[in-house]
Design a protein around this ligand. Sequence first.
Ligand SMILES: [Zn+2]
Length: 219
Amino acid sequence: MLENIDEELVRCRPCGYVMKKSELGTGVCPACGLPHTVFEPYREKVSPKRLFILSLDIHPIAIHLSQTFVAMIPGLMIFHLIFPNFFPEILHPVISFSVFVFPLTLLLSFASGLLDGLTRFKTLETPLLKSKIIYSLLIVLLSGSVAILFKPEAYNFWIVLLSLAALGCAVKLGLMGKKLINVILPGTYQRRKKKVTGKAPAKAAAAKPKTENTQTAEE
Ligand SMILES: [Zn+2]
């Protein structure tokens, strides 16, 4: 997956789109359609070793794992309070299991997030990373409190409220992360490349509407 990194990269100066020089040739920018003459050389600022760490996608994977629990815990509790007779013998162990496994998945998400941030940006001090860390710590605290206060098969208002608060923080974090989907970050080039190598460059361009974001994210 990493053998292509040594290839020369070029960037569309007006829209910020990055691609392999060999794929551009004398064609047009797949994102904005301007001719190849507007492209300039682009240097990937992330070393192959750091790119490899990022390409493992540990953080997104860990995030999705904990996302399952953060929504499931309050969801199942509320479901049980509304339908107490619907398979309670199955619901109770699932809820108990989730409540105690969730904080562990959060620690994995948190640790991998720090690794991801340090690998990609070499700092954790940017404003967005700071607020992501604060919201993550809030979820860790809330989920820890839920695990401590938790009494199996007896879910009270406060447990549900704390779980919902954790879910709220997760949604907030998710919205922060969503903005990055169409942005080329340092180290993202390898992933975006797949979309471009397809046979329909017009589709790749359509799938990438927020071109104005790419430039700011790259500087
Ligand atoms: Zn372009």
